[in-house]
Design a protein around this ligand. Structure first.
Ligand code: UFG
Length: 340
């Protein structure tokens, strides 16, 4: 590993991105404690060598107790709700779990003298960016409650870190994820969300005949084929960015905010074509009206993550993303054991 082993608290470590990261942290020699409510996470996804507490990351008393009992060097905060359309329908759920719980956690970290914090933010903070690719200094104008809850937590971190009066001031990296997809190359981990809404997951379910087909939400966007364009990033490359962010903070560098994406995008139609091609058979596709809260295009300017974190993506390929997701849908997703 590139730096000395750290003792790390991972909230949401039983979830999709959190579990891939927890495994990479263990493989790199770090000590990991996972906290997760198991609302959308799974016991089988937590690495065997990680400690685990089933608790809400926003539960002040419980989290302070866990922090007191462990001398954590850093927190990686994944826990949160992540579905844009659900946030439009149930905004209160998102404010409670993404804003209130994050605020509680950040305060507990401060009280406990935990100095390093990596936060799962989102490209949703940009809304409909005025120009593409979007860099970290672009206007922040989220167009859905999910994006606003992520932005509020970025601001919370920024204010608390700059007002920090403890002898171990908080430093943080907020990683703004673009569209995360794919599954572990070895096939032991992947996305297992019931009633999934994310495009690649939905397409793989359709390919495996777990659903009757896929709807395209909007074919009249101002894009070459009329469907929305997104910057899809493989979950293992995204997980690796968290380890790089820890190295960065561990080296004493200042708080910052960094885009996580490959810097190029694919339309909904291109994604569906790719999944069908890899699968070898077609599934029904229906053109529907636009979904609320969807920006037409989101593509990362990723210069900063290359320059600052020396992050080198390994799976920058829509084919690899779709192939690993499809493999997980076909094989891994049903065969995982339900206990640790
Ligand atoms: N889409 C369809 N049909 C589907 C599902 C999705 O056409 O069945 C379309 C959506 O309308 C959108 C695109 O595919 O245009 C991608 O949608 P996803 O639901 O897969 O992902 P989002 O772009 O809405 O959101 C995701 C994450 C957010 C993150 C955002 C950043 O869920 O956390 O990417 O780009 F903020």
């Amino acid at each position: 590993m590139s730096s000395s082993p750290l003792n790390i608290l991972v909230t949401g470590g039983a979830g999709y991105i959190g579990s891939h990261t927890a495994h990479q942290l263990i493989d790199a020699g770090h000590r990991v404690t996972v906290v997760d409510t198991l609302y959308s996470g799974h016991l089988w996804a937590i690495p065997e060598n990680a400690a685990f507490h089933q608790i809400d990351a926003g539960n002040r008393e419980g989290m302070l107790e866990i922090m007191r009992a462990n001398a954590f060097d850093a927190i990686i905060h994944f826990a949160g709700h992540i579905v844009v359309p659900e946030s439009v329908e149930h905004p209160g759920k998102y404010y409670q779990n993404n804003v209130v719980a994050s605020f509680n956690l950040i305060e507990c970290a401060q009280k406990s003298g935990i100095g390093l914090f990596v936060f799962s933010s989102s490209a949703a903070v940009y809304g409909n960016p005025p120009s593409i690719p979007v860099n970290e200094n672009a206007p922040l104008a989220p167009i859905n409650p999910y994006g606003r809850t992520k932005l509020i937590t970025e601001w919370t971190l920024q204010d608390i870190a700059s007002g920090s009066s403890s002898n171990k001031p908080l430093r943080y990296v907020a990683l703004r994820y673009f569209n995360v997809a794919g599954a572990q190359i070895e096939g032991h981990l992947g996305q297992s969300t019931p009633e999934a809404t994310h495009l690649i997951k939905v397409a793989c379910e359709a390919a495996c005949q777990k659903r009757s087909g896929v709807e395209i939400f909007g074919t009249d966007y101002d894009t070459p084929d009329g469907t929305c364009i997104r910057d899809y990033i493989h979950v293992e490359d995204l997980a690796a960015a968290h380890l790089k962010a820890l190295d960065y903070l561990g080296a004493g560098e200042p708080s910052t905010i960094i885009n996580c994406g490959y810097g190029h995008g694919y339309s909904v139609r291109q994604v569906l074509d790719t999944v069908q091609k890899i699968n070898g058979t077609n599934f029904p596709i229906q053109e529907s009206k636009r979904r609320a809260g969807d920006p037409a295009q989101l593509i990362a300017d990723n210069q900063k993550i290359h320059d600052l974190l020396q992050w080198k993506p390994r799976y920058d390929s829509l084919e690899v993303i779709c192939e690993t997701a499809l493999n997980w849908e076909r094989n891994g997703n049903q065969s995982v054991s339900l206990t640790r």
